[in-house]
Design a protein around this ligand. Structure first.
Ligand SMILES: [Zn+2]
Length: 292
């Protein structure tokens, strides 16, 4: 619905970004201050007047902004693990009540993250799956694709994301891991020490879009926090929610376990945004606005 609006106003071709008038976009900022590949991030901007919609393009992604307290607009976003260090223009657009589209560009630097490497041993079936298992893995992919395509058009989260278990991290996001001395892959989540049966809490509010057993993930819950921002909880021993449930931040959604490709009981937390897996530790560190 917005897209049609946008097209009409773009055709009108009214833009303003020169220094001739006072800045429409001001106090552009982001968390964390140093942006690296794999991070979750929050952009904020003040926009003069009463725009009907504020968006931005950055790193080939469309960012949707929401009006927070005091006329500040914010967008929760992320940077792909594969993104190269460099300077990328954050291109804002604001649709004003009189139909004008206002634009401004701000260069933003992405630095290279320093991630680690590690070696793990797991049952051989998780490294060289047999044909029957490969079928199962393909079926899992289709199930996940449906869950990931779920769309809630506004943020469901409110305030900071919280750690789902009260224990320490055991393996960080971004670590390149070698399984059984052969398969190498990047760890696209964060592992927490979690003895069998530890209550696992929703990192923020949202809707459960997947709650079922998968081959690698084991018993897995996915929560959609709006606009394709999702958290995933893996290797669970028990579900306390089902698909379609609305959950509140801090609500117990499951018990931890060691199902799927796990070397022992732990909780793997993944953060997904627009098809990319982001660093959960960086998401948990963000200071986020309350959703009115
Ligand atoms: Zn993990």
């Amino acid at each position: 619905m917005h897209r049609a609006f946008l097209a009409v106003f773009l055709l009108a071709g009214v833009t303003a970004s020169s220094g001739a008038e006072p800045a429409v976009f001001s106090k552009i900022s982001w968390q964390p201050q140093i942006l690296v590949n794999g991070t979750a991030c929050l952009f904020t901007v003040e926009v003069r007047g009463t725009p009907q919609r504020v968006t931005a393009k950055w790193l080939d992604r469309d960012l949707e902004f929401f009006r927070g307290p005091n006329g500040i607009w914010y967008s929760l976003a992320g940077i792909a693990y594969e993104a190269k260090p460099g300077t990328y223009n954050l291109a804002f657009s604001a649709l004003m009540p009189d139909g004008r589209m206002l634009h401004q560009v701000r260069p933003v630097i992405v630095h290279r993250a320093r991630y680690k490497t590690s070696r793990l041993t797991v049952p051989e079936k998780y490294v060289t799956p047999d044909p029957e298992t490969l079928k199962r893995i393909e079926a899992d992919k289709a199930i996940k694709a449906v869950a990931f395509a779920h769309l809630i058009p506004s943020p469901q989260w409110s305030g900071d994301f919280i750690a789902p278990v009260p224990t320490d991290m055991s393996e960080a996001y971004g670590t390149t891991r070698t399984f059984n001395g052969k398969l190498a892959s990047v760890h696209r989540g964060e592992d927490f020490h979690a003895p069998m049966g530890t209550p696992v809490r929703a990192a923020n509010s949202g809707e459960v879009v997947l709650a079922r057993e998968l081959f690698y993930e084991g018993n897995c819950v996915v929560i959609d926090h709006g606009l394709g921002f999702m958290t995933m909880y893996m290797h669970l021993s028990q579900f306390d929610v089902k698909e379609g449930d609305k959950v509140e931040k801090d609500q117990v959604i499951a018990l931890s376990g060691d199902t799927g490709r796990a070397t022992g009981p732990h909780l793997h937390l993944a953060v997904r945004w627009n098809g990319e897996y982001l660093d959960p530790a960086k998401l948990l560190a963000l200071k986020l606005p309350l959703n009115p």
